[in-house]
Design a protein around this ligand. Structure first.
Ligand SMILES: CCCCC/C=C/CC(=O)SCCNC(=O)CCNC(=O)[C@H](O)C(C)(C)COP(=O)(O)OP(=O)(O)OC[C@H]1O[C@@H](n2cnc3c(N)ncnc32)[C@H](O)[C@@H]1OP(=O)(O)O
Length: 349
């Protein structure tokens, strides 16, 4: 059985994360039976936590669960995390989005409702493509929204299981580049950008809201940035925009302590423009947006530029700093442990 574990781990994790996983003793030695290492013994403590999280399962069950886990990760990362060739895309041209353009409005809808619209590498790429296309089309305004009960659960945590041959360091570097490019697209987007937040929003789907002109939310929506819980740090320029929008203390509650806000609280703090009852949310919001989209588009663009342009350079610098800080955080034991806990179903938000 230990050989089977090794084979699956070798197949799914061809590098440093694999060797980290292979050192977890739960799959080979049964229930956790050693004292907890001290708080400063970070690597051994991380391994101990992961082993202990398996509880008192018999050795065989722990091993089987472990095989199931990594096998499942393999198939889910195959289907959701990798960018497939252009030819595989659906008729609409997008695999993770539904993009429509009518009545002067380009609507970009995140479309992985069964995964709470978690953002895969492919989804980041496709949102960038859709924004670039929207910046040049003849629509007056652009909307980002989600399909299903969630707006988005943020970064897809299985993104971190698809490790290239250069190991976790290369993965972290590539992810930081993608993150920086992704957020740059929002900073530079020339037309009014509106978020239609149809349900709970987590992580990066919340932080980038500071770069939108208007944020409309259903009263079912919540706003949650659990970065410390995940061993991570803020992105989407939120370390700069949130203190400006809501003041440093409220920003700290969200970005450091992971306080989840209701839609009403987010509105009171200036992150959300207006909250609507869920029962009438879509009707009221789209009626309003259709009226806005009939305003002269050039005037709207110029007004947006006047509001945003003097901040642009600062925002790009903040984005670069946040991305490189995250590149380091993703390699930390705190972050790897948090992701493993989610993937082993030991932790949810
Ligand atoms: C280029 C890289 C850039 C990186 C930028 C960094 C950004 C930082 C962030 O965004 S931090 C936020 C990360 N997000 C999370 O930690 C959320 C994790 N998800 C959860 O805690 C829960 O799923 C939930 C609270 C969002 C919803 O719980 P609920 O019980 O209602 O639903 P399920 O958990 O059963 O979810 C249904 C299926 O969706 C999968 N899923 C949901 N969110 C994610 C996610 N973020 N990553 C990966 N998978 C996600 C979940 O696993 C279920 O899948 P299953 O049906 O196959 O079991």
């Amino acid at each position: 059985m230990a050989g089977a574990v090794g084979r699956v781990v070798r197949r799914c994790y061809p590098n440093a994360l694999r060797s980290w996983l292979l050192k977890l003793p739960g799959a080979t030695e049964g229930p956790c039976n050693t004292p907890k290492p001290g708080v400063f013994d970070l690597i051994n403590k991380a391994k101990w936590d992961a082993w202990n999280a398996l509880g008192s399962l018999p050795k065989e069950t722990a091993r089987q669960n472990y095989v199931d886990l990594v096998s499942g990760l393999s198939s889910s990362s195959d289907s959701s995390s990798q960018v497939k060739p252009e030819a595989d895309r659906k008729q609409s041209g997008y695999e993770t989005l539904v993009v429509t353009s009518e009545d002067g409005i380009t609507k970009i809808m995140m479309n992985r409702p069964a995964k709470k619209n978690a953002m895969t590498m492919r989804m980041y790429e496709e949102i960038m493509l859709a924004l670039k296309a929207a910046s040049k089309d003849d629509s007056a305004i652009t909307v980002l929204t989600g399909n299903g009960d969630y707006y988005s659960s943020g970064n897809d945590l299985t993104n971190f299981t698809d490790i290239p041959s250069g190991g976790v360091e290369e993965k972290a570097k590539n992810s930081a580049i993608l993150l920086r490019d992704f957020v740059d697209c929002f900073i530079d987007f020339p037309k009014p950008l509106i978020a239609v937040v149809n349900g709970p929003a987590v992580g990066i789907s919340v932080t980038i809201l500071g770069l939108f002109e208007v944020v409309y939310a259903s009263d079912r929506a919540t706003f949650h940035t659990p970065f410390s819980h995940l061993g991570q740090s803020p992105e989407g320029c939120s370390s700069y925009t949130f203190p400006k929008i809501m003041g440093p203390a409220k920003a700290a509650e969200m970005l450091i302590f992971g306080k989840k806000l209701t839609a009403a609280e987010a509105c009171a703090q200036g992150l959300v423009t207006e909250v609507f009852p869920d029962s009438t949310f879509q009707k009221e919001v789209w009626t309003r947006l259709k009226a806005y989209s009939k305003l002269p588009p050039n005037a709207m663009r110029i007004s947006k530029q006047m509001i945003r342009n003097r901040e642009k350079e600062k925002l790009h610098a903040v984005n670069a700093e946040e991305s490189s800080t995250l590149q380091e955080r993703w390699l930390s034991d705190e972050c790897m442990n948090a992701i493993m806990n989610f993937l082993t179903r030991k932790a949810k938000l």
